[in-house]
Ligand binder design. Structure first.
Ligand code: SF4
Length: 361
């Protein structure tokens, strides 16, 4: 990716709101036939909103709950708690029948552009299948015309409709996946690591296709990735996740100019800079060890066993995601020191889902 940032499209009203979302998985040797022995809190009190025409980048290490958050937001996974509002409707409790008409408006682009396409289907049917399923075309001619239009939208030739997925490069296959996601004219697309399986040279092409489509169609993206350089190019705002929670959320420019959470700072310091002199001179912020298990998250701040700036209070008091103004929120005692008075207990000392609603601006 080059360092020149493309202008991002204007943002209007809200498409998706996720409030205090949690997704917990019971686990144990006998589950699902016996009592679960424990609970994996894959997502634990996540809140964010996404406006029309906006891209929210969701970043963090593997296993932090990014993909689970995306799947739950689409109701492809049942949330354990919280609320999901899509296009003004609370869809948290909707069953399959009530979700079916809404599925047209929310689509997903997957990480593996080969695995997500049926190798036995021609591109014509891979892209056109959603049109047929939702009965959006009335003749073969109309079907072919819509498929050709969708392929052209993502920069592929209509003549490619008769080929099979294995006849395409990784980048072209991802374009086919995007064309299929666009077939139903969604307002929201969850992009789950859509370029991480591609060569670096191809990543920029696919990201540019997504930005171009957003500008033309007003799409909203929840862009899940672990590569901060890619996320920077496409996102208006970025949320950083750690062990099932958002620890910092801010505009792209604020986050990259001045990351406030020690975990965000560590992630940023690991992103390589093109200029070798700058790269050599800039400080690295070390993060110790591996991500702890979501089965037994650490007490207090979940990041404290790895945080180079942890203090005693971090081991016992769970920091709450709290606004710093200007649309930014951070969950860290360095930024928002906890109230320690016994007379006035701090809301930061609560750890229930209810207390974890982000106090954002
Ligand atoms: Fe580090 Fe403490 Fe901030 Fe957690 S609350 S990120 S342990 S300084």
């Amino acid at each position: 990716m080059s360092d020149a940032l493309a202008p991002l499209p204007a943002i209007t009203d809200e498409v998706l709101r996720v409030e205090n979302l949690s997704v917990h998985f019971p686990v144990g040797p006998s589950w699902p036939f016996g009592k679960p022995r424990a609970t994996v809190k894959a997502v634990d009190g996540v809140s964010f909103s996404l406006k029309r025409g906006e891209t929210l980048g969701l970043v963090g290490e593997s296993g932090c709950g990014k993909s689970t958050t995306g799947l739950a937001a689409l109701r492809m996974l049942q949330p354990t708690g919280g609320r999901i509002v899509f296009e003004g409707q609370d869809i948290t409790g909707f069953d399959k029948a009530r979700m079916r008409p809404l599925r047209r408006g929310m689509q997903m682009v997957y990480q593996d552009p080969y695995g997500s396409l049926n190798p036995r289907m021609r591109v014509r049917d891979l892209v056109g299948e959603p049109l047929a399923v939702h009965k959006l075309v009335s003749s073969q001619a109309e079907y072919d015309e819509r498929v050709a239009g969708l392929l052209a939208t993502v920069g592929l030739l209509p003549s490619m409709a008769d080929r099979y997925p294995h006849e395409f490069s990784g980048g072209q296959r991802q374009r086919i996946g995007i064309a299929r996601a666009l077939a139903l004219e969604p307002s929201l697309i969850i992009c789950d690591e859509p370029v991480s399986a591609l060569d670096v040279s191809i990543q920029a092409q696919v990201v540019n296709v997504l930005v171009d489509l957003q500008q033309r169609l007003g799409l909203s993206y929840l862009f899940i990735a672990h590569d901060l350089a890619v996320v920077r190019h496409i996102s208006h705002r970025i949320a950083v996740m750690y062990l099932g929670r958002i620890v910092e959320i801010a505009s792209r420019d604020d986050l990259y100019a001045r990351p406030l959470h020690p975990y965000t700072q560590a992630l940023m310091s690991a992103v390589p800079v093109a200029d070798p002199e700058v790269e050599r001179a800039r400080p690295r912020i070390p993060v110790r060890g591996e991500v702890p298990s979501a089965l037994r998250p650490p007490s207090g701040c979940r990041f404290h066993p790895r945080c180079p700036m942890a203090t005693d209070v971090c081991k016992t008091v769970d920091p709450v995601l709290t606004s710093t103004g200007g649309g930014r929120a951070v969950a860290c005692h360095l930024v928002h020191p906890p109230v320690t008075s016994a007379v006035a207990p701090s809301p930061m000392q609560h750890s229930s889902n209810e207390s974890r609603v982000a106090r954002t601006a």
